[in-house]
Design a protein around this ligand. Structure first.
Ligand code: FPP
Length: 242
């Protein structure tokens, strides 16, 4: 069955966020080191980016490295950072060809210098692209972002506390340039938010699949979109039929 053909183009989520999980387990099942799983994970990143852009989804955000991921063995952290540099360098041409802008959220200037530079260069080289914004969450955590937003609001002290609005808070978050996600996908069977986009996920539809990230293909992405399109979104209100 052609899943892509079943997707309604007038009911696409504007923003899909993804917790890419299961690279390590995928590799272990094959008797390979964890880094092998991350390498395969990059293929899935490519497939999903392509699928989202082809469908016409304007924003895709991928959780590539959390604030907590620094706790992993140094060799794995280094490998992930190396993979990031390598991937950005090799994919910029493809991003430009497909009119995709690279963007990033997180405590970015604390990344290793080489990764930070590659990231800035990748963002600069794709800054004029319009079809889709691909955001990598790097050294990101939802609580970190909420705390840095509070700090920046306090520092500026432009308003009385009572006058602060949700929109003011939105603007202080590192996701200010992005609409809230309409769909969150998490792979590998874990059913947690894990400190991702805590404020922004308030009304997001959640989709969990047992598939490990390296096996997450275009077809799996279409499945998630179709599931989203079957849901009724009420935002705390009542459904049209009641
Ligand atoms: C989770 O699997 C995955 C990560 C922590 C990193 C995701 C990184 C990539 C897919 C590759 C690099 C990405 C880009 C955009 C260049 P896990 O290691 O937690 O797996 P496990 O839960 O099975 O141990």
């Amino acid at each position: 069955m052609d899943l892509e053909a079943q997707i309604r183009r007038d009911k696409l989520p504007r923003h899909v966020a993804v917790i890419m999980d299961g690279n390590g387990r995928w590799a272990a099942e094959r008797g390979q080191p964890r880094v092998f799983g991350h390498r395969q994970g990059v293929r899935a990143v490519r497939a999903v980016t392509e699928a989202a852009a082809e469908l016409g989804i304007p924003y895709l955000t991928l959780y590539a490295f959390s604030t907590e991921n620094w706790k992993r063995p140094r060799t794995e952290v280094n490998a992930l950072m190396g993979l990031l540099v390598e991937t950005i360098r090799t994919e910029v041409r493809e991003l430009n060809k497909n009119d995709i802008r690279l963007h990033a959220i997180g405590d970015l200037d604390k990344l290793p210098e080489r990764s930070y530079k590659a990231l800035l260069q990748g963002m600069k080289d794709t800054a004029d692209n319009k079809r889709m914004t691909l955001t990598l969450a790097l050294n990101y955590s939802g609580r970190w972002d909420i705390l840095q937003a509070v700090k920046s609001i306090c520092r500026k002290a432009e308003k009385q506390a009572e006058a602060l609005t949700e929109e003011d808070f939105d603007r202080a978050l590192c996701t200010a340039a992005l609409p809230d996600p309409e769909l969150l996908i998490r792979t590998s069977g874990e059913m947690r938010i894990s400190n991702f986009l805590l404020w922004e996920l308030a009304y997001t539809e959640l989709y969990f699949t047992k598939v490990y990230w390296p096996d997450f293909s275009k077809e799996e992405f279409y499945r998630a979109i179709l599931d989203f399109q079957r849901r009724e979104r009420r935002f705390g209100g009542l459904s049209a039929s009641t």
